[in-house]
Ligand binder design. Structure first.
Ligand code: AKG
Length: 268
C-alpha cells in the first residue's frame, strides 16, 4: 500500500519522503494536526455535504474561472460524479466569491476560510520538507494558485464496478486529498502499471505529485496516475486541493537538479 509519512518525524523521514515522491508519486500523511486539525477536517466534510445538498439552481451559480474549476453536474458521460470548486484558495476574494455563490452561512464561510488557510499552510510545510529532502532548502513556492474542488460520487448498486473518475494525473505540482473517511474506491497506479487500492484511513490525508512537480524536478518526482472506481453503493465525498504552478512564469527546474548526468528533459 502507499507509503506513510509522519510529519512530526522530521528530518528522520526526509529520505523516505523523497523515496515516496520518486517511486510512488503519492503518500499518506499523518500528524498534521498542528497545521490542519482533524476537528477542522470533520467540520469541513460536514460543510461539503451540506453544499452538495443545495438546489441545482444555486450550485449552477458556481461558474468556471478556469476550465473545469466550477460546478460540474452529473452528466451522461460521468453520471456518478458531481463537483464544486474554486480557482484559487490562496486568494481570499476567490474564497469569498465561492461562499457567496453558494449562500454559505457565516459558520460555513468561517469553516471554509479556516480550511483554505490550513491547506495553504500544509502545502508550504510539505513543499519545504520536500525541497529540504532534495537538498534545496531555499526554493520558494509562494504565490502559486491553489485550486480547490469538492467531489461527490453518487454510487448506486447498479454502478458497482464502474468508473467514478477515469485514470488521470493531476496537472499541478502537488495535490492534498481528504478522501472519504469510510467509502473507498480511489486507486493509484504503481510504476509497474498495477493499480493499488487506497483504503480509507480517517484523519489522514493523501498527497499526490502532479505533472508540474515532475517538470519542476527535471523528472525526478513521479506524477501518479489514479482513478476512482465504484466499489460499494454508498455516497462518497472527497475534498481536493491542487497547488498549481507559478502564475506568470514558466516552470523551471532549480539549477541543482540539472547537470551532465541529469540533462534538462523538459523545454520551457
Ligand atoms: C481528483 O479530484 O482529481 C481526483 O482524482 C479525486 C480523487 C478522489 O475523489 O478520491
Amino acid at each position: 500500500s502507499v507509503p506513510v509519512i509522519d510529519l512530526q518525524d522530521f528530518p528522520r523521514q526526509s529520505s523516505k519522503l523523497i523515496w515516496a515522491c520518486e517511486e510512488w508519486g503519492c503518500f499518506r500523511i499523518l500528524n498534521h494536526d498542528n497545521i490542519l486539525p482533524v476537528s477542522l477536517m470533520a467540520e469541513m466534510k460536514e460543510v461539503v455535504r451540506t453544499l452538495f445538498n443545495l438546489p441545482t439552481e444555486i450550485k449552477k451559480r458556481n461558474k468556471d474561472v478556469i476550465a473545469g474549476s466550477g460546478y460540474m453536474a452529473p452528466s451522461e458521460k460521468t453520471p456518478l460524479y458531481e463537483a464544486l470548486g474554486l480557482y484559487d484558495m490562496s486568494c481570499p476574494e476567490d474564497v469569498d466569491e465561492f461562499c457567496t455563490q453558494l449562500d454559505a452561512s457565516p459558520h460555513q464561510r468561517e469553516t471554509i476560510k479556516k480550511y483554505a488557510a490550513a491547506i495553504n499552510g500544509l502545502m508550504m510545510d510539505i513543499l519545504r520538507k520536500m525541497s529540504e529532502g532534495l537538498g534545496l532548502p531555499n526554493v520558494s513556492f509562494e504565490d502559486w494558485p491553489c485550486q480547490f474542488r469538492i467531489n461527490k460520487y453518487h454510487f448506486t448498486p447498479e454502478a458497482v464496478g464502474s468508473s467514478g473518475v477515469q485514470t488521470h494525473t493531476d496537472s499541478g505540482f502537488l495535490t492534498i486529498l481528504q478522501d472519504d473517511e469510510s467509502v473507498g474506491g480511489l486507486e493509484v497506479m504503481k510504476k509497474s502499471g498495477e493499480f493499488v487500492a487506497v483504503d480509507p484511513w480517517p484523519n489522514t490525508l493523501l498527497v499526490n505529485i502532479g505533472d508540474i512537480g515532475t517538470v519542476w524536478s527535471n523528472g525526478r518526482l513521479h506524477t501518479v496516475k489514479h482513478r476512482v472506481i465504484c466499489k460499494e453503493a454508498k455516497l462518497r465525498v472527497s475534498i481536493a486541493s491542487f497547488l498549481l504552478g507559478p502564475r506568470d512564469t514558466a516552470v523551471e527546474p532549480p539549477p541543482e537538479l540539472v547537470d551532465a548526468e541529469h540533462p534538462r528533459i523538459y523545454v520551457p
